[in-house]
Design a protein around this ligand. Structure first.
Ligand code: 2E6
Ligand code: F3S
Length: 323
């Protein structure tokens, strides 16, 4: 047998990976606000769920707060990509804050679906993860009509007013396969349950899952770069494990990789969540190259070209007095 140091070792890098159009728009919105109005710019919650992005923006003068009541009156506050409920918009208005709404347009689309079905008096089953900011924002659009379905186990607890007027919607960053299973289970209980008018799991979530499946089938170990509060990044780890990888780990950056994960491994799969800057992937590649994984191959599953316009508030002067 060849000594391990001479065994060919390669990295398969999934494409697409990393920043989606909604994250790019939200991060650029904070950067532009800092350029246009100067520090401090307040941001409610993490603009996207990535530690490195948050630290970098903090160093440039962004101030991250949990709630709008921490923002001094009259100041500018950016709402994160995950969206906010109408109540949060109301609180900001009451405090005279100038707001920049960086909610991803694909999250806004789900809010609009929720409002429309609630106005028609439907019960809405929102499939998503309890406590996630996106779920809190969407639920806040119609709290009396929306109930959360968090995983297969909660299907049995669903109670509805009229099973003939029932629709499901979802968080944008779920596992496609797991959601399909949850919907099937819900339809066993409620055969007249209707589907959303279009996919709520967004294009970026879906594409990154398709791409990680392709590399997971060829790799013993899959490394997903992403922070541990990032729903879409965590789903990539699960999808990798369910689709052929012996092991899959979420790491915030290269320093979290443990040498023992690499023992006996010849092919490492690498991908990153939708909130992850590419420089963190480059650092992981350098870390792996230093450990003998010098051969790098990009595996492209889907081409992406989505772009979103910046929030409209950045196109007007927020310094003008509020009327
Ligand atoms: C907004 C909506 C969806 O935790 P999650 O995956 O939702 O969030 P991020 O910030 O990791 O990813 C981008 C995003 C923003 N996804
Ligand atoms: Fe939007 Fe999907 Fe990204 S909802 S922020 S495009 S992960």
């Amino acid at each position: 047998m060849e000594p391990e140091s001479r065994t060919p070792r390669r990295v398969l890098v999934a494409k697409p990976r990393g920043y989606c159009a909604g994250v790019d728009r939200a991060v650029v919105a904070v950067e532009k606000a800092l350029e246009q109005y100067g520090a401090p710019i307040y941001v409610r919650k993490q603009i996207v769920h990535n530690t490195h992005v948050v630290k970098t923006l903090e160093a440039r003068g962004a101030v991250f707060v949990e709630e709008t009541d921490e923002v001094p009156e009259g100041e500018i506050v950016v709402f994160s990509a995950h969206g906010v409920s109408p109540a949060v918009h109301g609180e900001a208005e009451e405090r005279g804050l100038r707001t920049i709404d960086a909610t991803c347009p694909l999250v806004t689309k789900v809010h609009n679906e929720a409002k429309r079905f609630a106005n028609q008096d439907y019960d809405i089953l929102l499939i998503g993860h309890e406590g996630h900011e996106e779920v809190e924002g969407t639920s806040g659009e119609a709290p009396d009509h929306i109930q959360l379905v968090d995983g297969l186990d909660s299907v049995g607890q669903v109670r509805v007013k009229d099973p003939a007027k029932l629709v499901w919607l979802s968080q944008t960053t779920l596992s496609v396969d797991e959601t399909t299973e949850t919907v099937a289970r819900l339809k066993e209980r409620f055969p007249s349950l209707i589907d959303p008018p279009s996919d709520d799991i967004c294009y970026a979530t879906q594409n990154r899952q398709v791409a990680v499946k392709e590399i997971a089938a060829l790799a013993q170990l899959v490394i997903v770069v992403g922070s541990d509060n990032s729903s879409n990044s965590k789903r990539l780890v699960e999808v990798a494990k369910e689709n052929g990888a012996d092991a899959a780990h979420l790491v915030d950056n290269a320093s979290f990789i443990e040498d023992e994960w690499l023992e006996g491994v010849t092919t490492v799969g690498l991908t990153s969540g939708a909130s992850v800057p590419e420089e963190l992937v480059d650092e992981v590649l350098a870390h792996l190259a230093a450990r003998g994984f010098g051969e790098v191959e990009q595996v492209e599953s889907v081409q992406e070209s989505m772009r979103f316009a910046l929030p409209h508030e950045l196109r007007k002067d927020l310094r003008a007095p509020v009327r």
